[in-house]
Write a protein that binds this ligand. Structure first.
Ligand SMILES: NC(=O)c1ccc[n+]([C@@H]2O[C@H](COP(=O)([O-])OP(=O)(O)OC[C@H]3O[C@@H](n4cnc5c(N)ncnc54)[C@H](O)[C@@H]3O)[C@@H](O)[C@H]2O)c1
Ligand SMILES: O=c1ccn([C@@H]2O[C@H](COP(=O)(O)OP(=O)(O)O[C@H]3O[C@H](CO)[C@@H](O)[C@H](O)[C@H]3O)[C@@H](O)[C@H]2O)c(=O)[nH]1
Length: 322
């Protein structure tokens, strides 16, 4: 069975291509290379360069490769950027997903795994949030992911939406997150360059005042995709939402200390106000995916920061420069 992986040249998508291949599936990457890198696509895996908002290009790729399903990761992913450019986020993320659904309908492809986000929950009050919690996104990025989930649920396909929490680390030094828009690569870049790290928000209602997140290793996230694909192969009428997290929260300062331990030197911190659209604490209850798909995260923060440390490149430092 062949799966079209949109965003396959991206950070998570590149790991997903490998996990699906290891599980015995044929894969094709579809990516416009706007933030992805062609070199991340493994040798032997076809890469179709195109935009997911181009319905005809997606349909042509599905037909040409006789795909049985789609793993849809291609999207814009920064909550902060989405506050600045809400219409663009809606167009790219919701428009992109509608276009993928239209291409699937036109070609008779009926299985979809969707990359959703913990950002659909918004300001979380529970210590650990489960899939039944209210979805009240507090930034346009989260709103776009929720709108995508709703359109997928109404599309008449078999689907699984995976709500990733904060993805970090790498399965290979060449596959790291090169964008440096997230805390772990930013902290690594700061340590490598001997520069201060800007801590954004020190007055949250959390144990040390900084934001708490559920950091989950990208290889665990890739394995969750393999579990979702296996589920859709077994049960082609399913429709379900799953949290993909570890169930453990770490503050910004915990992450900084983790990177300091790998770096063997302290990281200077500068203190800043909260970023717009930033929740205080978002931690997963990941019980449902364990019960129903047999997946649970097996790697911890140390493995995330250590693998992130080993995929640092000078470009990350340039990108993260204030
Ligand atoms: N990284 C995280 O912590 C995280 C957490 C929750 C959800 N997600 C979601 O996971 C997915 C992948 O994120 P990532 O961290 O790998 O980001 P990424 O930017 O590395 O990957 C996204 C990929 O999609 C491609 N792309 C973007 N827009 C496209 C378009 N219109 N047409 C075709 N290709 C397009 C990019 O070139 C890139 O290769 C996104 O949907 C993101 O919202 C990420
Ligand atoms: O230079 C920085 C960058 C971040 N932070 C803080 O670190 C935490 C994590 O921030 P970041 O790594 O930017 O992740 P989030 O804003 O939580 O969003 C990520 O996690 C979401 C899921 O929870 C995904 O949907 C998004 O795509 C992904 O960017 C937050 O408290 C930030 O305020 C800092 O203190 N300094």
């Amino acid at each position: 069975m062949t799966w079209l992986v949109t965003g396959g040249a991206g950070y998570i998508g590149a790991h997903v291509l490998r996990a699906l291949t290891a599980a015995g599936h044929a894969v094709v990457a579809f990516d416009d290379l706007s933030s992805g890198v062609a070199a991340r696509v493994p040798d032997g895996v076809p890469l179709v360069v195109g935009a997911v908002t181009d319905r005809r290009a997606v349909a042509a790729a599905l037909r040409r490769h006789a795909a049985a399903g789609v793993v849809h990761l291609a999207a814009r992913k920064s909550p902060l950027e989405s506050v600045r450019r809400p219409a663009w986020y809606h167009r790219e993320n919701v428009g992109g997903t509608q276009s993928v659904l239209a291409a699937m309908a036109a070609t008779g492809v009926r299985r979809l795994v969707f990359a959703s986000s913990a950002a659909v929950y918004g300001q979380v009050t529970a210590a650990a949030v489960d899939e039944g919690a209210p979805t009240r996104p507090i930034n346009p990025y989260g709103a776009s992911k929720l709108a995508c989930e709703r359109r997928i649920a109404e599309a008449g396909v078999a689907w699984v939406a995976l709500r990733f929490f904060n993805v970090a680390g790498s399965g290979d030094p060449r596959l790291g997150d090169r964008e440096a828009t997230n805390l772990v690569p930013i902290a690594v870049a700061a340590a490598r360059a001997g520069r201060p790290l800007a801590v954004t928000g020190t007055d949250f209602d959390t144990p040390d005042g900084t934001g708490v997140r559920d950091y989950v290793h990208v290889e665990d996230v890739a394995d969750a995709h393999a579990a979702a694909v296996a589920h859709l192969c077994r049960t082609p009428v399913a429709g379900a939402v799953y949290n993909v997290g570890t169930g453990r929260g770490h503050s910004v300062l915990d992450v900084v200390r983790g990177v300091e331990a790998v770096a063997g030197c302290p990281i200077e911190r500068t203190l800043h106000p909260r970023r717009p659209g930033d929740p205080a604490s978002v931690v997963a209850d990941a019980g449902r995916i364990q019960r129903e798909l047999g997946w649970r995260a097996s790697r911890g923060l140390t493995e995330m920061v250590t693998s992130a440390w080993h995929c640092w490149s000078p470009r990350l430092t340039a990108d993260a420069a204030p």
